[in-house]
Design a protein around this ligand. Structure first.
Ligand code: DO4
Ligand code: MG
Length: 293
């Protein structure tokens, strides 16, 4: 069962999408309200949604007809890094230009017990489906990072799964790892959506298929696929470090790292469109924009 938020008569509305693709309106104000209502009813979120659906009629529109919004206003989006071998290789290339004799911080963090975790975004910097992702004006090497996102509560329990784009500037990070926050955080540098797949609907989170496609003037110029089965770390390990001695808010999203990196000579341009698809969650599509000034 997937949870969405969409615009109806200029107002945000919550909805549920069944495995068959039928859409129902839900009587809750946002995703956390859904979780709260389920708790008050002494049911799980999935049970609460199923009961709501039983008592209502489906919408005539399909998912494709709806104006989708970001499915949750995550107060903070955190991200894990170098959780896949492919990410380690790409960072090493950025940092060393291909000199494989050096042992880098990326080699070390890939093997270390403590994972790399960083703050990626806040709700006001995060965009939803079909909203423009912005390019930085001081980078010439920018890529999307397609990642599985975990929607968690303050105890670190996984409430659901979503898709995230951890936009990154490879030149800024490659120049100096201390520039990481600038390589990762700017206006509209993170998108999440299009839905939240309820945790109870997922039998094995290490079986998600991730695909990233980039279109330029309508033509596909990049395509890559990966599986969360290639993750070096377990999801609970990432969460454990994130919440350790930290205050985490309900509805925080934790991005779990990228395994798909476009070819090294590729950079995003104004007018491109990024599509990130994760099995059972949907397709997160965003146009790329170079803001003026
Ligand atoms: O080490 C820098 C960031 C890594 C990252 O964002 C990733 O592996 O997805
Ligand atoms: Mg990343």
């Amino acid at each position: 069962m997937r949870i969405i938020r969409f615009l109806e008569d200029d107002a945000p509305v919550m909805g549920a999408v069944t495995d068959e693709g039928t859409v129902y309106r839900l009587a809750c104000t946002d995703f956390l309200d859904l979780v709260k209502k389920a708790k008050v009813n002494q049911s799980t979120p999935l049970q609460w949604v199923r009961e709501s659906i039983r008592q209502s009629s489906p919408l005539r529109q399909t998912l494709a007809d709806l104006h989708l919004l970001v499915p949750i206003d995550a107060p903070e989006v955190w991200a894990a890094g170098v959780t896949y071998e492919r990410s380690k290789e790409a960072r090493n290339f950025e940092a060393t230009g291909g000199n494989t004799n050096q042992v880098t911080v990326y080699d070390k963090v890939y093997e270390a017990p403590r994972p790399e975790l960083f703050i990626k975004s806040t709700s006001r910097r995060t965009v939803g489906p079909n909203q423009p992702i912005y390019l930085r004006s001081d980078s010439n090497w920018q890529i999307p990072e397609p990642e599985l996102g975990l929607v968690i509560d303050q105890q670190g329990e996984i409430l659901g799964f979503t898709i995230g784009n951890d936009m990154s500037c490879r030149d800024i990070e490659g120049e100096n790892p201390l520039y990481l926050p600038q390589a990762k955080i700017w206006r509209h540098s993170c998108s999440i959506g299009p839905s939240i797949l309820l945790a109870e609907s997922v039998a094995d989170p290490y079986r998600f298929q991730i695909t990233c496609r980039i279109y330029r003037r309508g033509e596909k110029v990049v395509e890559g696929t990966a599986s969360t089965g290639q993750l070096k770390r377990k999801l609970h390990e990432l969460i454990e470090y994130l919440i350790k001695d930290n205050q985490i808010f309900d509805g925080t999203v934790l991005l779990t790292g990228t395994c798909i990196v476009p070819p090294d000579d590729f950079t995003l341009l104004d007018g491109d469109r990024i599509e990130i698809e994760i099995s059972d969650i949907g397709i997160l599509s965003n146009p790329v924009k170079q803001p003026a000034g």
